[in-house]
Design a protein around this ligand. Sequence first.
Ligand code: AHM
Ligand code: MG
Length: 339
Amino acid sequence: MSSISLTRFLIEEERAGHVNPDLRLLIEVVARACKSISVAVGKGALGGVLGDVIASGAASINVQGEAQKKLDVLSNEILLEANAWGGHLAACASEEMDHSQPIPDAFPRGAYLLLFDPLDGSSNIDVNVSVGTIFSVLRCPEGVEQAGDEHFLQPGREQVAAGYCIYGPSTMLVLTIGHGTHAFTLDREQGSFVLTQKGMRVPEETKEFAINVSNQRHWEAPMQRYVSDLLAGKEGPRGKDFNMRWIASMVADVHRILTRGGIFIYPWDRKDPGKAGKLRLMYEANPMAMLVEQAGGAASNGRERIMDIAPSQLHQRVPVFLGSKKEVAEATRYHLEHD
Ligand code: AHM
Ligand code: MG
């Protein structure tokens, strides 16, 4: 059978009533922007894009309090520029920008809101390890003339599409429009994404976990107990040995989990209690939660379903437990039993 491009896949989904032309166009534009980011990432040192952004002799710090990489800024610009003129969006919000940005007056405004982490895992860029772009699409509430931050504050279950693009040995786009999670691989010669896995499934059980264990002393009690039971292996209460992986690029860790199962955890920790963990609800946790749930997995903050959390701030942080359904339920049980 001939290969199925992203364009053909989306047109067939439109015929099936799963997507409308505006959302289809939006996804195509995001995919096109990801191809440009993939080219920039792929050039590495030859493109002069590695390292931090330096302004007035010091590293430039973003709204998250983190040093910005040149590729963070470039990827953000690529996504904003690509999405400005299509007429399908009302506004964009990004990990790299303090506030959401409405579509410029020069262009027509559409019905959707786009959120993105333009280059997730960017601490890995300079060491040539996989990074990625994460995105989430919401509907702009009806009757809103000029969308602002408050219009983005919708629970994750309201997402109409979510995905990521991983820039690894191959570039892959993993997408959901609420009818399964599907993977496309970039054919670099043709310049198009080709469907390579329809209906990804996360195995319900796992023997693999992903966590930055260097933070262990800062975790709360049920988290300490959960991980020490995993580490106890066959001899412990879990009765089996677990393996551990941590890439420190959420996109790459989640991609592994969508491919072969596992649990990914970035828990709440005491280091910075006000921040509730490191990862951001709106453009990291929610889109990954939708992708994982659509593949038969689960996503929790340790107590409740991530996609049921009502956000109060655009850059809000949240503890994240996602992946194999039974293991996420197990980690959640440790927390609920403790409360
Ligand atoms: P970023 O969006 O600034 O790149 O931060 C998010 C990343 C995730 O991709 C990854 O899971 C996590 O930070 C790694 O954190 P740590 O450095 O604590 O291992
Ligand atoms: Mg990120």
